[in-house]
Design a protein around this ligand. Structure first.
Ligand SMILES: Nc1ncnc2c1ncn2[C@@H]1O[C@H](COP(=O)(O)OP(=O)(O)OP(=O)(O)O)[C@@H](O)[C@H]1O
Ligand SMILES: [Mg+2]
Length: 331
């Protein structure tokens, strides 16, 4: 999924995060994100799903994009700019407006003691997005995008709204700065099934009508299939397969993606991947030497899979990190 930085809205290249964990007197290292590369196009707004089981590194990727965690190595470029090179001023007056987060639990995004509209007005004032006299109209317009209005939420506290409404307000808060990219980490996992599709549909509407791109992080293959244009599948910090949703989820090639697809026969938003990656806490060197991270679970594992790390091979219009495709070109 690599292409020139100029063409992309977001470029992630060999992104790596190693956590040092204290265990008694010794320190061990955990590789949470391991040379992950993917991109979001600039030419056309798109929804890219970052999907994978629990512990595969999705949130850590999101936190690094948002500047909440520092990469150990690798590059994150937004509109061609290396994020580590941004000045404080560029980060505040440009990047933080352009790239907005949406988190999993809308009820932890908002304090129960604060009226919910306060967040929308504060964001509008802090980022100077509108003149004071026009702010009510502006906030009402943004709420309109998520199917709400100012009168509906005015003076109400988060617990006086439904889960779906609160998550809509959190999307509205993210839209106040008129961003180009939403980084949405499990935005539907805390809302019930009927509301889940309405949030996912909202992302599609924002993509189509407001030219907002979305990095949609999820466990949920079904909503990824439904909503995303492209998908990157994570396993143990790697991106093991990436490409268009039709290719990767329609006809998966990596044995791990295939097993995921088999575990969800129908696009049913109620189903979640229950699997957990038991990332052993290993020294970095040990980790690097141990071959494919899926080998111990893979029914098609060959001898080489336990000895060497597979490259990303270009197969049928997607990248696959698997020795089964070694005869194909490297990405
Ligand atoms: N601050 C931290 N310190 C140490 N280890 C961490 C830290 N944050 C995450 N990890 C570890 O990094 C790995 C990846 O975690 P991450 O939260 O990115 O996974 P995830 O794919 O978002 O999982 P989930 O689907 O459960 O949200 C896990 O093994 C996790 O325990
Ligand atoms: Mg997570």
């Amino acid at each position: 999924m690599n292409c020139g930085a100029d063409e992309n809205l977001l470029d992630i290249e060999n992104l790596t995060k190693v956590f040092s964990l204290r265990q008694g007197f010794s320190t061990t290292k955990l590789v949470a994100v391991d040379k992950a590369s993917f991109f979001l196009k600039a030419t056309k707004p798109e929804i890219v799903a970052l999907a994978g089981e629990s512990g595969s590194g999705k949130t850590t990727v999101a936190r690094m994009i948002l500047g909440l965690a520092e990469p150990t190595s690798g590059i994150i470029r937004y509109k061609g700019k290396d994020l580590t090179q941004l000045t404080h001023r560029e980060r505040r007056s440009w990047f933080l407006k352009e790239v907005q987060p949406i988190f999993q639990n809308p009820f932890t995004t908002f304090s129960p003691l604060k009226r919910i509209e306060t967040y929308l007005f504060e964001t509008a004032f802090n980022y100077h997005v509108v003149e004071k006299e026009n702010v009510n109209q502006y906030v009402d317009d943004v709420l309109g995008l998520v199917g709400l209005s100012l009168v509906e939420i005015l003076g109400r506290y988060p617990n006086e709204l439904s889960g779906g409404q609160v998550q809509r307000v959190s999307v509205a808060r993210a839209l106040i700065t008129n961003p180009s990219l939403l980084v949405a980490d499990e935005p539907v996992s805390m809302v019930d099934a009927s509301l889940r599709m309405s949030i996912v549909n909202l992302f599609r509407k924002l993509r189509d009508e407001k030219a907002v791109s979305v990095l949609y992080i999820t466990h949920d293959l079904a909503t990824a299939y439904y909503a995303a244009d492209r998908v990157a599948i994570m396993l143990g910090g790697w991106i093991v397969e990436s490409g268009s949703v039709e290719k990767v989820l329609g006809h998966p090639l990596h044995p791990y993606t295939r097993s995921l697809k088999q575990s969800i026969p129908d696009p049913d938003p109620d189903r979640k991947w229950e699997g957990r990656v038991n990332l052993a806490i290993l020294e970095t060197d040990e980790f690097v030497n141990m071959g494919c991270k899926y080998a111990s679970r893979c029914s098609e594992a060959m001898e080489i899979c336990k000895q060497k790390i597979p490259a990303d091979f270009l197969v049928e219009e997607r990248t696959v990190k698997c020795f089964l495709y070694e005869d194909n070109n490297q990405a």
